[in-house]
Design a protein around this ligand. Sequence first.
Ligand code: PLP
Length: 260
Amino acid sequence: MLQLTEHPNVLCLSGHDPTGGAGLQADIEAVAALGGHALGVITAYTVQDTRNVKRVAAPPMAWLREQLATVLADCPVAAVKIGLLGDARQVPVIASALRRARVPVVLDPVLRAGGGRNLASTRLVAAIRRHLLPLVDVATPNRAELLRLVGARRPDAAARQWLEAGARSVLVTGGDVPGPHVANTWYRRGHAPQTRAWPRIPGGFHGAGCTLAAAIATLLARGYTPAAAITDAQAFTHRALQAGRRIGRGRAIPWRQVEP
Ligand code: PLP
């Protein structure tokens, strides 16, 4: 029998990372660990290892359009997660699918790889700000991405600009800010910012941001409130980082087959 709601479908628009640490594979594993099913539409191909990204290419535009139309015509979607985008022209196509789907949207704006490579053109940054932020329930930039998207210098001012641009909430992650703790701050319109600090697990990780964003999307798909989804997704990601494994010569990847 068809059971459409038991494991809600989470549409993941993400890049492919052949190491499996980040991107679509991170999404699939996190979504499955938390009781959802990932529908995977590839928005970028990459050449990378666990140290850094070497090359990024976008799939043909017609493929993105057709994959989205085909899968959305068949499968009900309970939430959407957006990660690395390969081309600014993808943004209006995705925005129009989001407007039709009317489900919670989590945006992980992947602008720069942990290894340092720039992953987003000026045009892509502008398109995300203009067309995607107004459709987003939770955005999960790190500090550098928060500042870059709006061209700001101070995190509080930058987060305000994200909210003014239309994002319903912004969870700023602090993995890229040195210190003994990783402090993640959640900004919402009409609420004081809330910060939760986690002991930093040394060594650095590849794919932590994707894991967190996919976990939030899955819990929203399961009907959690944004506050509960954000709390439980951070705890899940922390457990995955504690169980992290070095699968290559670079950074460890989160191990997402942990207890939800
Ligand atoms: N490659 C893809 C496809 C990604 O989605 C991401 C991050 O989301 C990265 C690479 C970079 O990951 P990290 O910064 O954790 O190395």
